[in-house]
Design a protein around this ligand. Structure first.
Ligand code: NAD
Length: 358
């Protein structure tokens, strides 16, 4: 099996290097090949997703992705910005299902801004539809004026749309994921205001008929945003559209204290996928050996489980991360009084050592 390694920009290369060290220590029969993506690819080849990078990703069984983006590219025309690489990969690899677990490790309960009793033991899964909704609506491109500004434009708009098959397939993914958990799904929409999301609600309800063992409830997105901070443990699997999922998954991430801890997986119908930390390229801390590599290492574990059929190796990696947290090592983002602050590299070494010792 082949893994494409796309480190990207900012802290991407640092955190991916640690995940690759973890992969190496597992001694599994995988080939890996790296390529440039994002701003790094734009600087070298004039495009954030060069053909060679896309071909490598398409030929791979799984892609390990760091992060892309830097403020220095903000003035580029939209189609050349680093973030276009991730949208392009999602589109070309047909990655329609995004899994974002929000897990609060008992050792890190204090890192949350919520009270420990609200957050302790939190384990929810957000399933976000990733290739439809307003982010892919038509028409777009109001910003394509020569200087990239809105000068002279009387208005700007994006259109929100979902097709029946798009909703059906994400509904199946969510119900099937719930079968392996506590058999509860909350579908989040805005059916009271948006036609698209009344349709979403109706199709979710229709698909639910195939899953009598799963409990389904519907919630408006504004209420879901409130409930996530009021009583997050009431949720188990949340399924929602692209834009609401974007926002709610970041909110859920922060419940756990640090975005540096949270992995994500984006899968297509064949279970091939792209695995990346939930955070961005953090240019403010790039190159300083202070980024937390655990979200990327945990993304590697998701890759082993979902795309590479190595569930046991995934458990080993996750157990090694817990062991390192138990030993009191912390990167700056999760550091607290009484724990030992370490850098990116040292955190990676600690996970490698825990795996070797197991
Ligand atoms: P960000 O997630 O990069 O950073 C937000 C904050 O979290 C920063 O203070 C950062 O230092 C911190 N942080 C993030 N990851 C961390 C880690 N592993 N360890 C410790 N601290 C960490 O979000 P942003 O600042 O809004 O965006 C920066 C760039 O990343 C932008 O160019 C944006 O477009 C891009 N971005 C890329 C992706 C992606 O590649 N999938 C996702 C989101 C944002």
């Amino acid at each position: 099996m082949n893994i494409a390694i796309l480190p990207g920009d900012g802290i991407g290369p640092e955190i991916v290097a640690e995940a690759v060290r973890v992969l190496d220590v597992l001694e599994l029969p995988f080939n890996t090949e790296s390529a440039l993506v994002g701003g790094a690819a734009y600087e070298a080849h004039g495009h954030p997703l060069p053909d060679a990078t896309l071909k490598l990703a398409q030929a791979a069984d799984a892609v390990l992705f760091g992060a892309v983006g830097d403020w220095k590219f903000d003035t580029l025309e939209r189609s050349l910005r680093p973030e276009q690489a991730i949208l392009g990969l999602r589109k070309h690899l047909q990655l329609f299902a995004n899994f974002r677990p929000a897990i609060c490790y008992s050792q890190l309960t204090h890192a949350s801004s919520l009270k420990p009793e609200l957050i302790g033991g939190l384990d929810i899964l957000i399933v976000r539809e990733l290739t439809g909704d307003i982010y892919f609506g038509q028409p777009r491109g109001r910003r394509e004026s020569p200087d990239g500004a809105f000068k002279g434009h009387p208005e700007a708009f994006d259109t929100m749309r979902y097709s029946r098959p798009e909703i059906e397939r994400i509904a199946h993914v969510a119900f099937q994921a719930a079968r392996k958990r506590s058999k509860r799904v909350t579908s989040v929409d805005k059916a009271n205001v948006l036609e698209t999301f009344q349709f979403w609600r109706d199709v979710m309800t229709e698909v639910h008929a195939d899953y009598p063992d799963i409990e389904l409830d519907h919630m408006y997105v504004d209420n879901a945003a409130m409930q996530l901070v009021k009583a997050p443990k009431k949720f188990d699997v949340i399924v929602t559209g692209n834009m609401f999922g974007d926002i709610l998954s970041d909110e859920a991430a922060m419940l756990t204290g640090s975005i540096g801890m949270l992995p994500s997986a984006s899968l297509n119908a064949a279970n091939r996928g792209l695995y990346e930390p939930s955070h961005g390229s953090a240019p403010d801390i790039a190159g300083k050996n202070i980024a937390n590599p655990l979200a990327t290492i945990l993304s590697l574990a998701m890759m082993l489980r979902f795309s590479l059929n190595q569930a046991e190796a995934a458990l080993r990696v996750e157990a090694a991360v817990v062991k390192v947290l138990e030993s009191g090592l912390r990167t700056a983002d999760i550091w607290s009084e009484g724990t030992q602050r370490v850098g990116t590299r040292e955190m990676g070494s600690a996970v490698v050592a825990a795996l070797n010792a197991a």
